[in-house]
Write a protein that binds this ligand. Structure first.
Ligand code: GSH
Length: 296
């Protein structure tokens, strides 16, 4: 039996302009800067980079593009025409970077010599940084593809299987958070309260009382936010309960930099309908999922 019968597909199109808090942020970043962020309002890969810009305090101009129409200006910064892309306007011809995780690394490096901000644990603790990067690796290789498999699954059987996979992936992330907390904070070995506090900060809002997002928090928040809105609506998904987990999600979604990049719920519901009914030619990500290939 098909749960998401094609009959239910109302044919909504993806949005092409931010709404809500994100639109306020777009307007505040409309003037020319050295760096232009090419983004699309619905895109979670863009949102992670956008949040990093906000937290790290790096100046940028936000430029909305339609990655499905692949305008030349986007292809010039991102060879496959995928958002996000960065253009560095001070160079002639301009330089560019694409790939959300690469851009995140770039922003972290840039901030270390400019704004002096960071979303990783202190460099003196290479192991803590490694554990946080392990969390982010899990997000990219497990949680993100599981999200798309779930939203694109059409039969009841496939939806149940993909829902389990998505839950298992979230549990895997939580285990990695617990491991970092145990090995970095609980086992001691720090030189004092100052070092302990900066390590706590680097482990992000999983740690109760922390208010700053970590590298892994930023990497994962856009998909969990879409899961809460879109998977709940189209798949009857329920977030894991548990006080600790809910506390983490609350701190994640309420973080000012995250909220500042969120559009209204309706924008996500409309923009993901094509994934929920697995419409042909939805996106390169959707095609890769359907063909069992790695994401572009
Ligand atoms: N691996 C890329 C993926 C980016 C991506 O897939 N972006 C989507 C929007 S959410 C896109 O540009 N899609 C255009 C297309 O599928 O043609 C990254 O991490 O930046």
């Amino acid at each position: 039996m098909s749960v998401a019968s094609k009959k239910g597909d109302s044919g909504k199109a993806y949005h092409t302009e931010c709404t809500g808090d994100a639109l306020v942020t777009v307007k505040a970043h409309a003037k020319d800067e050295d760096i232009t962020l090419f983004g699309s309002c619905f895109c979670p890969f863009v949102q992670r980079v956008w949040v990093a810009f906000e937290i790290l305090g790096i100046s940028y101009k936000y430029h909305e593009v339609d990655p499905y129409k692949k305008p030349k200006e986007l292809l010039d910064v991102s060879p496959k025409g995928l958002v996000p892309g960065l253009r560095f306007n001070r160079y002639s011809p301009p330089r560019s970077l694409n790939e959300s995780t690469v851009i995140m690394e770039f922003l972290e490096d840039l901030a270390s010599t400019t704004t002096q901000r960071s979303i990783l644990p202190p460099i003196a603790n290479a192991y803590a940084r490694g554990l946080v990067r392990l969390q982010a690796d899990h997000v990219n290789r497990s949680l993100v593809p599981a999200f798309y498999r779930y939203i694109q699954a059409q039969t009841e059987e496939k939806q149940i299987e993909a829902g389990r996979e998505f839950h298992t992936s979230i549990e895997g992330l939580v285990s990695l958070f617990e491991r970092a907390e145990r090995e970095i904070l609980a086992l001691g070995g720090t030189s004092g309260e100052g070092e302990l506090e900066s390590l706590r900060r680097g482990l992000g809002v999983w740690i109760p009382g922390q208010t700053e997002l970590s590298w892994a928090d930023v990497m994962t928040a856009p998909w969990l936010y879409r899961a809460k809105i879109v998977l709940t609506h189209y798949r009857g998904f329920q977030m894991p309960h548990g006080e600790r987990f809910s506390g983490w999600l609350g701190r994640l979604f309420e973080h000012p930099a995250f909220k500042a990049t969120c559009s209204s719920e309706q924008l996500y519901l409309d923009s993901y309908e094509r994934y929920a009914y697995n419409r042909p030619n939805t996106s390169m990500v959707a095609t890769a999922i359907n063909e069992g290939r790695v994401l572009p």
